[in-house]
Design a protein around this ligand. Structure first.
Ligand code: ZN
Length: 224
C-alpha cells in the first residue's frame, strides 16, 4: 500500500486512505515526513475498493478541514448509499457457481470487510484540474471499475495511477488484470492517458514508484 500525498505549502492532499484499521500507519507516515494529518485540505478516493477507502473515515475524523473527492460513479459505494461494486460482482459470480460448489464456498458478503462509510465533499469529473502542486488533473481510468480515477501532476510529469497500474515482479507497470472489471477497457484508458500526458514517473498503489518514459510504456501495454 502506497498512499501518495500532494503538498505545495498551501494544500495538503492525500490520495487514497488504505485498508480498514491502517490509520495509525498513515499517521506515523505523516509524522515521519514532518506533516500533520490535521492539516489535510483534501482526500481523493480513486475508487471504492476497501484497500483504498478502508481508513478514509478515520483520516477524515483527524482532518476535519479535508474535503473528500470521488467520481459520481464511485461515490455511492463510498458514502454507503449503495453496495460496493466489487461485492455486487462477487455476489453475482457466487450466484453463478454450481450448487454443489456454492455449498462449500462461503458467501462473499460474509467475507467482505466492514468498511466505515465516509461522506463525499465534491464529485469530480474527467479533466478537472485542481491547483494542487501547480495543477493536478483528474484522469478517469475506466476499466478497473466504473469511475475509477488516476491523477496527473503536470509540474512533476507524474501519473498517480491508483489501481490503473501496478508493478509486476520485474518492476514494470502493468494493469492489475485480476481485480479489473474490464481489462480491454482498462487498456484503452491507458492508451488514452499515454496520448494525453507526458509521463515520467508513475506512482502505483500496488508496487511503488516507477521512473522512465511512462507514455511509451503505457502505449506498449495497451497495444495501441
Ligand atoms: Zn482496486
Amino acid at each position: 500500500m502506497d498512499t501518495v500525498v500532494l503538498e505545495d505549502g498551501r494544500d495538503l492532499v492525500l490520495v487514497d486512505a488504505g485498508t480498514p484499521g491502517i490509520y495509525p500507519v498513515i499517521e506515523a507516515a505523516f509524522q515521519g515526513a514532518g506533516l500533520r494529518i490535521g492539516d489535510l485540505t483534501g482526500i481523493v478516493a480513486t475508487h471504492q475498493d476497501q484497500d483504498h477507502i478502508g481508513s478514509l473515515a478515520a483520516v477524515k475524523r483527524a482532518a476535519p478541514r479535508a474535503r473528500v473527492y470521488a467520481s459520481a460513479a464511485q461515490a455511492p459505494g463510498i458514502d454507503g448509499s449503495a453496495k460496493p461494486m466489487r461485492l455486487i460482482a462477487e455476489e453475482e459470480a457466487y450466484a453463478k457457481l454450481p450448487a454443489e460448489t456454492r455449498k462449500r464456498t462461503p458467501a462473499p458478503a460474509g467475507l467482505w470487510p466492514e468498511v466505515e462509510r465516509a461522506e463525499i465533499g465534491s464529485i469530480v469529473s474527467d479533466g478537472d484540474v485542481f491547483p494542487w502542486c501547480g495543477g493536478t488533473e483528474i484522469v478517469f481510468m475506466e476499466g478497473h471499475m466504473p469511475g475509477n480515477l488516476s491523477l496527473y501532476v503536470a509540474s512533476e510529469k507524474a501519473f498517480i495511477a491508483g489501481d490503473s497500474l501496478s508493478l509486476d515482479g520485474a518492476g514494470n507497470p502493468v494493469p492489475p488484470e485480476k481485480f479489473t472489471f474490464d481489462p480491454a477497457l482498462a487498456k484503452r484508458s491507458l492508451a488514452a492517458a499515454a496520448a494525453r500526458f507526458d509521463i515520467r514517473t508513475i506512482y502505483c498503489y500496488h508496487g511503488g514508484i516507477w521512473h522512465g518514459d511512462g507514455s511509451a510504456a503505457l502505449s506498449a501495454i495497451s497495444g495501441y
